[in-house]
Design a protein around this ligand. Structure first.
Ligand code: HEM
Ligand SMILES: *[C@@H]1O[C@H](CO)[C@@H](O)[C@H](O)[C@H]1NC(C)=O
Ligand SMILES: *[C@@H]1O[C@H](CO)[C@@H](O)[C@H](O)[C@H]1NC(C)=O
Ligand SMILES: *[C@@H]1O[C@H](CO)[C@@H](O)[C@H](O)[C@H]1NC(C)=O
Length: 314
């Protein structure tokens, strides 16, 4: 009996430790990992200021589907259409940055570091190099073997209301505070017209434009994105300080100057609204909360292996 219990405990220990993350995970096997990734990210940003937003969004997308397992990096193969080729891929780009970082890491410590860890580190660097906070990334994620375009419907949509957003986050162990703090990621980057079309044309049967939008802000969005918009790449910055990581997103949100319905929705429940106000008035509160929530989100694990090329399973 005691032996059975011991074996059961041992198995439990093994299975729970498989994906346990730790700060020093590569301390012996790849001590220069962090700086190697940072160098690759820095180099890319020098040539393209849209890289930080892309890396942050990529990591979020990765973590919300099958956990942070680099499933977002896999390319379609044969009949299988990968996440990359699913509808919400409109904002995904700069995959080459992860490929370059992976190459540099492989040259240093072959076959040891997961693509999922590299993406988590690159997202951290993206925030820090944009003037945001920095933090130590727990490591030890494994890469997954499955990526399906059809699963991208599991990502929260920009048309979601507050209960849909809360449900999407709680299914992944994330709280309302995480939801508000992480929505602050919209301090970086760009949105295409299709992502906020619902707010500026045919909002509902009685209102053409979402009345919660500030009138001049709405007028500007409508001029960028006319009803029968033909310019596929048209769109707008997510906040007025698009390349800088700060709490401007929350200040603008309180003024009716957010881009997505899902941003505006944060004002429709008392608890989330209070957090928006708190983050709008304190850069420090936002930065601290963002770091905590990023570590939580990036600790949703899911994979099994260490890929050699981030685009293909082993
Ligand atoms: C709360 C639910 C969320 C929804 C509904 C949402 C939705 C979207 C949408 C629709 C876009 C623009 C796509 C386009 O038109 O190109 C976008 C962009 C972006 N999102 Fe979110 N998002 C959410 C949460 C997050 C989180 C948690 C993060 C990271 C912490 C994040 C970071 C970003 C960034 C950085 C961009 C800009 C990407 C770029 O410019 O390349 N979002 N988001
Ligand atoms: C998005 O998906 C489409 C269609 O599957 C594909 O042609 C396009 O290259 C993808 N875009 C990105 C950035 O991967
Ligand atoms: C959010 O949308 C869902 C689905 O359309 C609906 O059932 C729910 O009542 C809505 N919740 C709020 C708070 O509007
Ligand atoms: C349209 O939206 C406004 C503002 O949210 C709301 O007050 C109104 O009831 C909505 N109308 C319909 C028919 O849903």
């Amino acid at each position: 009996m005691a032996a059975i219990v011991a074996v059961a405990l041992f198995i439990l220990f093994i299975s729970s430790s498989v994906n346990a993350l730790s700060l020093n995970y590569y301390g012996k096997t790849c001590p220069r990992l962090d700086s190697t990734v940072t160098t690759a990210v820095k180099k890319a940003i020098k040539n393209d200021k849209t890289v930080p937003a892309a890396l942050l969004r990529m990591h979020f997308h990765d973590c919300f589907i099958r956990g942070c397992d680099a499933s977002v990096l896999l390319q379609s193969k044969g009949k299988n259409k990968a996440e990359k080729d699913g509808p919400p891929n409109i904002s995904l780009h700069a995959f080459y940055v992860i490929d370059n970082a992976k190459k540099a890491v492989e040259a240093l410590c072959p076959g040891v570091v997961s693509c999922a860890d590299i993406l988590a580190l690159a997202a951290r660097d993206a925030v820090a190099l944009s003037g945001g906070p920095t933090w130590e990334v727990p490591k030890g994620r494994k890469d997954g073997r499955i990526s399906k375009a059809s699963e991208t419907i599991q990502l929260p949509a920009p048309t979601f209301n507050i209960s849909q957003l809360q449900q999407s986050f709680s299914q992944r162990g994330l709280s309302s505070k995480d939801l508000v703090a992480l929505s602050g990621g919209h301090t970086l980057g760009f949105a295409h017209c299709s992502s906020f079309q619902n707010r500026i044309h045919k909002f509902n049967t009685t209102q053409d434009v979402d009345p919660s939008l500030h009138p001049s802000f709405a007028a500007n969005l409508r001029s960028i994105c006319p009803a029968h918009n033909k310019a596929k790449n048209a769109g707008t910055a997510l906040d007025s300080t698009t390349a800088g990581f700060d709490n401007a997103y929350f200040k603008l949100l309180l003024q009716g100057k957010s881009v997505f319905s899902s941003d505006q929705a944060l004002l429709t429940a008392p608890t989330t609204k209070a957090l928006v106000s708190k983050f709008a008035s304190s850069q420090m509160e936002f930065r601290n909360a963002f770091v905590k929530s990023m570590i939580k989100m990036s600790s949703i694990t899911g994979g099994q292996e260490i890929r050699l090329d981030c685009k293909v399973v082993r």
